[in-house]
Design a protein around this ligand. Structure first.
Ligand SMILES: NC(=O)c1ccc[n+]([C@@H]2O[C@H](COP(=O)([O-])OP(=O)(O)OC[C@H]3O[C@@H](n4cnc5c(N)ncnc54)[C@H](OP(=O)(O)O)[C@@H]3O)[C@@H](O)[C@H]2O)c1
Length: 237
């Protein structure tokens, strides 16, 4: 897949999946702007980007902050003259407590990271995509959205909300040639998951790079007919 000349925002671009997606887009020739919060994470992304680092930019943005995200996306569009792709790889997990044990702070955090962030980001990138009558948005959801997530009700609800949000958006942008899809991982192979589950069989977990490949496909011309989908990327988990 060739993304030369395309401008891609990867929100959460220094996270486990975000980093893999950023590097994959760079390898395919795109200009990538990754949002990040910690400088050392961005430095690690630059190091893993190799020669592609010349086409990589970064910005520290709290993606739940509407005005900060609007200023950021307008800056990207002004600098590069276009904005083709948004990948939202921001997210957070809270679990291990029953619904009646989890507190209001966790509720706010889950809704902010997994639902509001997607809304804020999509809202900010859509004007530029609508102007060009083309664009691609991929949100990273979770299998938990489909229910039976005992001990993670707030996470599951926030991810289910995000699926509904992007599914509805897909209907709304049909006339603008903007492809909107979600990928739906179960567990995948990250350092954090390895540390949390040292006894698990890591070989069964999809690699972030494999999921990133699906994200790239969804943003390719070849996937023009895939719209309003939620693609499972569970692998063998
Ligand atoms: N890992 C899994 O097994 C798994 C399974 C199913 C679904 N998912 C979903 O897949 C997505 C990526 O997961 P991951 O494991 O790659 O997560 P990750 O490594 O924690 O990456 C998430 C990224 O989002 C950033 N972030 C968090 N809050 C932010 C904010 N307010 N503003 C800007 N950036 C913020 C984090 O920055 P900091 O590092 O500074 O916090 C981090 O870079 C998430 O939506 C997650 O829910 C993951």
């Amino acid at each position: 897949m060739n993304f030369q000349g395309k401008v891609v925002i990867v929100a959460g671009g220094t996270g486990a999946l975000g980093r893999a997606a950023s590097v994959a887009f760079l390898d395919a020739g795109a200009k990538v702007i990754a949002t990040y919060r910690r400088q050392e994470e961005y430095d690690a992304l630059v190091a893993s980007a190799g020669v592609g680092a010349a086409r990589l930019g970064g910005a520290t943005v709290d993606v739940t902050d509407e005005s900060a995200v609007k200023a950021f996306t307008e800056g990207v569009t002004a600098q590069h003259g276009r904005l083709d792709v948004l990948v939202n790889a921001v997210g957070g997990y809270a679990g291990g407590k029953k619904l009646w044990e989890a507190d209001a702070r966790t509720y706010d955090q889950m809704l902010a990271l997994n639902l509001k962030a997607g809304w804020v980001l999509a809202r900010a990138v859509l004007p530029a995509m609508i102007r060009r009558n083309r664009g691609w948005i991929v949100n990273v959801a979770s299998k938990a959205a489909y229910g039976r997530s005992a001990g993670a009700a707030l996470y599951a609800a926030s991810k289910a909300g995000a699926l509904a949000l992007f599914d509805s958006l897909a209907e709304e942008v049909k006339t603008y040639n903007i492809n909107v899809n979600s990928v739906v991982p179960s567990i995948f192979d990250t350092e954090a998951n390895r540390q949390a589950m040292p006894g698990a069989d890591f070989s069964k977990w999809p690699k972030p790079e494999e999921i990133a490949g699906v994200i790239l496909f969804l943003c390719s011309e070849e996937a023009r007919v895939v719209h309003g989908a939620a693609i499972p990327v569970y692998g063998r988990t």
